[in-house]
Write a protein that binds this ligand. Structure first.
Ligand SMILES: [Zn+2]
Length: 334
């Protein structure tokens, strides 16, 4: 079992790796410092205080291999209390890093991975703490209490029950990314009461049918544009692929996402999203979007738009171009 949560000393809070990433990028570049993490289990922390390493949460680019994605790991010689949920005795798997060659390490890491088998799409954004709360710098993750936070607490409880369940799409996507084509057919995930293979669960705009609309995670490369150009207030993500299986709407099958920048700014994790957009606009990068939502015909305008009920259902991945000829460019405007 991999470590899914850790106590962050600087934030004085228990976080998952995505919350750690979000808090890290909330700080201005000049004051960004790597965090110190300890075990999330209070009893374990009091009696043993084992160190937990946060890996790659300070980076923005997509990595397909699990061990390069943001994650926590347990460094050697940091034993956990036997009753701790992250204790290796309890999980039956060694949490220590093997000292063998890199390929063997990757296999070992993959085996320890919790495969997400329940994705519960979030229904609203997770608001940041109020400006007053954030002033001290230590309460960045203190949220305004919302139903979503209660859901997060429930999720934590379920994790401690051994459930591999998440309402954070990014966690599912990072899990999905580590599998090859054959493995994607075998792994299963339940979404809104329906069980799908990993392969079925994630599809491209060009393949999604009317029947599947609202029941699949969509992914694809997208162009980024901000509007109006002089003083942007809205972000548009235009998928490069059209909804080929859907009827033309006013002569068009294009698909986009429209988001007010103010909404992103209010969302916990919004800062890291904006950094990812900036990274994806670098010459050697493009943006891959993963999202959960309903595709709807645009009002009085051609084409389709995906409604994103929660920004937790939207994942932005800046991806390094392998060669300049095989990947789409982002230089065109929509
Ligand atoms: Zn522990």
């Amino acid at each position: 079992m991999e470590i899914l949560q850790a106590y962050c000393v600087e934030l004085d809070d228990t976080v998952d790796i995505y919350e750690a990433q979000s808090a890290y990028f909330d700080n201005p570049p000049s004051s960004r410092k790597r965090f110190t993490f300890r075990c999330s289990d209070e009893e374990c922390r009091r009696l043993k205080n084992p160190l937990v390493s946060g890996v790659n949460y300070h980076r923005l680019a997509e990595e397909t291999e699990k061990y390069r994605q943001p994650h926590f790991r347990a460094p050697k010689a940091n034993a956990h209390l036997e009753t701790c949920i992250w204790s290796e005795e309890k999980t039956g798997l060694s949490l220590a890093e093997p000292t063998t060659d890199e390929s063997q390490q990757r296999v070992a890491r993959a085996k320890k991975t919790n495969v997400v088998d329940i994705f519960r799409p979030a229904e609203s954004d997770t608001l940041r703490g109020s400006p007053e709360q954030r002033k001290s710098g230590t309460n960045i993750l203190t949220p305004v209490p919302t139903a979503a936070d209660q859901a997060t607490q429930k999720e934590r409880n379920r994790i401690s029950d051994g459930y591999s369940s998440t309402s954070r799409l990014e966690r599912f996507v990072d899990c999905w990314l580590q599998f090859n084509a054959d493995q994607l057919k075998v792994q299963q995930v339940a979404i809104s009461g329906k069980t799908l293979s990993y392969r079925q669960a994630v599809t491209n705009p060009a393949w999604i049918t009317e029947e599947q609309n609202g029941h699949r995670i969509l992914y694809g490369a997208a162009r980024i544009s901000l509007w109006p150009p002089a003083k942007p207030t809205r972000l548009y993500l235009n998928f490069l692929d059209d909804c080929d299986q859907l009827p033309e709407h006013l002569g068009n099958q294009s698909l986009d996402i429209e988001l007010p920048l103010a909404r992103i700014n209010q969302h916990r994790g919004g800062a890291v999203m904006l950094h990812k957009l900036t990274q994806a606009q670098q010459p050697d990068y493009y943006l891959k979007v993963y999202c959960w939502g309903m595709i709807k015909a645009k009002d009085k305008r051609p084409g389709y738009r995906i409604e994103i009920a929660s920004l937790n259902n939207l994942v932005l991945k800046p991806v390094a171009k392998k060669t300049s000829t095989t990947k789409p460019t982002l230089t065109d405007s929509p």
